[in-house]
Design a protein around this ligand. Structure first.
Ligand SMILES: NC(=O)c1ccc[n+]([C@@H]2O[C@H](COP(=O)([O-])OP(=O)(O)OC[C@H]3O[C@@H](n4cnc5c(N)ncnc54)[C@H](O)[C@@H]3O)[C@@H](O)[C@H]2O)c1
Length: 320
């Protein structure tokens, strides 16, 4: 059934890819983004003008913390479903910019939940994060391993949004699914993330710092797989669910570096450093709940996914 779907963070990495897919499926799309300069806003503009060139949508340049601006959008459009992707992301940035997380993640999410209640929205799919697990060491990490001991302000706000969502679900019967993404990567990705920075450094002729003496392993999830999961969560619209979306196994960070070296034909100079405080050597998602509730599984290998990312990067930044 065709729906009117509001995507917050619609010019962001995940939001724009999601818009492209939902547009192909024929849904009416309302995109909201404040195009902030946490990273190059030009990339956000390009996602709209290039990635979404053939995707009909209505775009609002508004801030999640601006309730009257949001209210006007809900009054103008009868929104069926919200894919809430807009947030202040990043762990390190929260050290110097704590209030950005309060305004965008806490207040922004509260505004979205309250407007969903006031305007009879039929379901919400919310972006959460593997960071809610703090330094829990169980592997693979299951949803029940969340000990509520966040180790960054970003994680604290993401976990708080899950709690706020549950209260709104409980009080007002709004179906809400919180999806805990594990390191998402791919074309049109985020320049603040390691795989993207490695490319920048490679082309700048600079070396890279490899933490954990090159022994760290992470769960890297390809963007198309994440989008599949969000789309399924919208279709199934479970009354309440919290689940991991990850590749479902750990990949050595060194494999990622070697793949990038192979695809760029550049060999990095590497400085091996110890793990940073709070880092864990290995982490990956147990995705059996997403399989059970959504019929979802990640399909894309790191080899394939990074190949697509590197091809996009070379094209976008004219590195061929
Ligand atoms: N990319 C990942 O690896 C990852 C992992 C876990 C969770 N997440 C979550 O997924 C969601 C999407 O992440 P992303 O990687 O696409 O990040 P992104 O930064 O590319 O996208 C977020 C978008 O939200 C917008 N935004 C931020 N604050 C806003 C505000 N106050 N008002 C309006 N718009 C605002 C930004 O301009 C940006 O375009 C976020 O909620 C993030 O926390 C991402």
């Amino acid at each position: 059934m065709k729906k009117t779907i509001l995507i917050t963070g619609g010019a962001g990495f995940i939001g724009a890819h999601l818009a492209k897919r939902l547009g192909q499926d024929g849904h009416e799309l309302i995109l909201l983004d404040n195009f902030n300069d946490y990273y190059d806003p030009g990339l956000k503009e390009a996602r709209i003008s290039k990635l979404l060139k053939d995707t009909p949508h209505t775009l609002y340049r508004a801030d999640l913390s601006d309730l009257p601006a949001l209210e006007a959008i809900f009054e103008k459009h009868q929104i069926d479903h919200i894919a809430h992707q807009g947030a202040q992301a990043g762990v390190r940035y929260s050290i110097d910019n704590p209030f950005a997380y309060g305004e965008s993640n806490l207040m922004g999410t509260l505004h979205i939940l309250e407007l969903a209640r006031r305007h009879g929205v039929k379901g919400i799919s919310m972006a959460s994060s593997s960071s809610v697990y703090g330094d829990a060491t169980n592997i693979p990490i299951q949803e029940s391993d969340c000990e509520d001991k966040p180790i960054s302000l970003y994680a604290a706000t993401k976990r708080a949004t899950e709690h706020m969502a549950h209260a709104y679900h409980h009080l007002y019967d709004i179906p809400i699914t919180c999806l805990r993404y594990f390191t998402v990567y791919g074309p049109w990705g985020r320049p603040d993330m390691a795989y993207f920075k490695f490319m920048d450094l490679a082309y700048a002729g600079k070396g890279i710092e490899v933490y954990g003496q090159g022994e760290m392993e992470r769960d890297f999830t390809y963007i198309d797989d994440i989008v599949d999961g969000i789309v399924l969560s919208i279709e199934k619209n479970h009354p309440w669910a919290v689940m991991n979306l990850g590749r479902g196994h750990a990949e050595p960070l060194m494999d990622m570096i070697k793949l990038i070296e192979g695809y760029t034909d550049i060999t990095f100079e590497k400085t091996y450093l110890d793990m940073q405080p709070g880092d864990v050597r290995e982490t990956w998602a147990d995705t059996s709940l997403a399989k059970e509730l959504l019929g979802w599984e990640s399909k894309t290998s790191l080899t394939e996914g990074l190949k697509s990312f590197v091809a996009w990067y070379k094209d976008y930044y004219h590195k061929n």
